[in-house]
Design a protein around this ligand. Structure first.
Ligand code: HEC
Ligand code: HEC
Ligand code: HEC
Ligand code: HEC
Ligand code: HEC
Ligand code: HEC
Length: 358
């Protein structure tokens, strides 16, 4: 049988298979009745609903905290009343400070928009040339584009200059934790250095405009640029946890305090603590200088007068007392920027004047 199959031709084999299929088909009997349906399976338990996704923040919501007309108008109102926005005059009809100093290449850095923008770019303290029509400090003097738009992790107010500051007088590097306050220290500096105190008896001339420049706040708050009587007055940093922005640009009260008025909320300080005011001590130093003939009754320094041929000179330790007095007067915070340092400077200065007149 096995042999027979192998001998079949391919075609013959196919015919045989076909015949078999026909035979099987012709053998099918009538269909039996359908079997009963099986029982339904038990339903599966429903899955727990997924939590809803958090709603996405509208793309520009964070931008609208600042970039709306209401904020801009409020800021402009504050700014219009500020000295940054207006610049001071000295007597009726006198030029404003920006007109007087804003164009000069060694003053422009701090006294005009153009000067600040140029010196932030060059890193120098002077401009390359005088500025013909200097403009006062304005929004875009302090502001530029944002350093980052990731406000959650890198909050910023688009401040033009936040780098730490190399002080013009003495060259110390100073900075705040909140780098936006470094902006202020680029301009609010003494510029001049205290007389050399190594030889307290050396002779110092009190030339016209002698003394630290009008805004020495960055130096004072860092305990620098006082005449320290050969280290007798230790350098200490003032301000505690505060910085220029937190004290001068806090919550706006009316249109005259806080924010872009730059006026510190002195009454608001009392909400948390009392603040040491060294005014009465400073008056004692003024009295001592007046008694020594070094200031006039209004507290102005007696200076050399070239035209009149008058030369005013003192030993360095006395000149240092005058320096410290002008420093604290020009700082104009009544010692609040650094009361410990201010009080020590006043004490040492009065001591030196008393010793000199004995
Ligand atoms: C904390 C406040 C604040 C927030 C938040 C903020 N900005 Fe600003 N932005 C400013 C200030 C201040 C300036 C500079 C002054 C000005 O131009 O009014 C500025 C400037 C800009 C400028 C430059 C304009 C120019 O003329 O150079 C652009 C662009 C800008 N912001 C876009 C944005 C965008 C986009 C967002 C949101 C992703 C945003 N800002 C969020 C405060 C903010
Ligand atoms: C571009 C330089 C510059 C920068 C930056 C600057 N200031 Fe001034 N600031 C000045 C000048 C100059 C004046 C005086 C304005 C005048 O008379 O023209 C002044 C005036 C002020 C006054 C008013 C002083 C008074 O006699 O009543 C305060 C307060 C003040 N600045 C605080 C600040 C604070 C805080 C910052 C930082 C947020 C700052 N300034 C940043 C240059 C600057
Ligand atoms: C490093 C920054 C800086 C430079 C440079 C500078 N000043 Fe000033 N100047 C200031 C600041 C800040 C004030 C504001 C102080 C304040 O009001 O408390 C000021 C105030 C003044 C005032 C107003 C004085 C007052 O309080 O009545 C005059 C005037 C002035 N400066 C002239 C000049 C001249 C002139 C030069 C150049 C020889 C010059 N400044 C260079 C920062 C500077
Ligand atoms: C002397 C520097 C200076 C000038 C000039 C200045 N700003 Fe600012 N501005 C700042 C600083 C510093 C901050 C950050 C304040 C903070 O962190 O609380 C700021 C913050 C802001 C903000 C953020 C929101 C708020 O109210 O604090 C806006 C908006 C703004 N400035 C707009 C302006 C406009 C508009 C002008 C001009 C009218 C202007 N600034 C001029 C220094 C300046
Ligand atoms: C601890 C809070 C505090 C800090 C920090 C601070 N200030 Fe002051 N500042 C004051 C107070 C308070 C006054 C006195 C204001 C008054 O009498 O109206 C003042 C006065 C001033 C004045 C003179 C204002 C005027 O009306 O003549 C200037 C300018 C000034 N500060 C700038 C600065 C600068 C720049 C910084 C940062 C280097 C700074 N301040 C840091 C609280 C502070
Ligand atoms: C929200 C609360 C609060 C406000 C408002 C406040 N301070 Fe402070 N201040 C503190 C804290 C907290 C400290 C750190 C603890 C301490 O030294 O007492 C401090 C510390 C200080 C220090 C350093 C104290 C020292 O002995 O060296 C001075 C200066 C200061 N504040 C001045 C001011 C001035 C000026 C104002 C108003 C313009 C003010 N503070 C507003 C909370 C505040």
């Amino acid at each position: 049988m096995k042999k027979t199959i192998t001998e079949l031709s391919l075609l013959g084999g196919f015919a045989l298979l076909l015949a078999g299929a026909l035979f099987l088909g012709s053998c099918e009997g009538p269909a039996g009745a359908d079997g009963a349906d099986g029982a339904d399976g038990i339903d599966g338990i429903d899955g727990v609903d997924g939590t809803d996704g958090t709603e996405g923040v509208a793309g520009n919501a964070v931008c609208l905290e600042c970039h709306i007309t209401a904020v801009k108008t409020a800021v402009e109102t504050q700014w219009a009343a500020s000295l940054h926005g207006t610049s001071q005059t000295f007597y009726p009809g006198s030029p404003t400070t920006v007109q007087y100093a804003g164009g000069r290449n060694d003053c422009a850095k701090c006294h005009s928009h153009e000067g600040f923008v140029e010196t932030v770019w060059t890193g120098l303290d002077t401009t390359a040339a005088d500025i013909p029509i200097p403009q006062p400090v304005r929004c875009k003097t302090c502001h530029d584009f944002h350093s980052s738009l990731d406000f959650e992790n890198e909050p910023n107010s688009a401040i033009r200059e936040t780098r730490s500051v190399k002080l013009i007088a003495g060259g110390d590097m100073v900075e705040f934790d909140n780098a936006e306050s470094n902006l202020c220290m680029h301009c609010h500096q003494s510029r001049e250095e205290a007389p050399d105190d190594t030889d307290g008896a050396a002779i110092v001339e009190i030339a016209e405009h002698w003394g630290p420049h009008h805004g020495p706040q960055a130096n004072l708050i860092n305990g620098l640029v006082g005449y320290d009587y050969r280290g007798e007055v230790a350098s200490v940093v003032g301000g505690g946890p505060h910085d220029c922005v937190s004290c001068h640009m806090g919550d706006v009260v009316g249109d005259t305090i806080g924010g872009h008025t730059w006026v510190a909320d002195v009454e608001g300080c009392a909400g948390c603590h009392t603040v040491v005011d060294v005014h009465s001590e400073l008056v004692l130093l003024q009295d001592a200088l007046f008694a020594a003939g070094m200031v006039d009754a209004a507290g102005h320094a007696i200076e050399s007068d070239e035209d009149a041929g008058v030369v005013v000179e003192y030993q360095a330790d006395s000149a240092g007392a005058l320096w410290n007095y002008i420093l604290l007067e020009e700082d104009a915070s009544m010692g609040i920027h650094n009361s410990a340092y201010a009080l020590d400077l006043i004490d040492a200065s009065i001591k030196a004047l008393t010793a000199a007149t004995k």
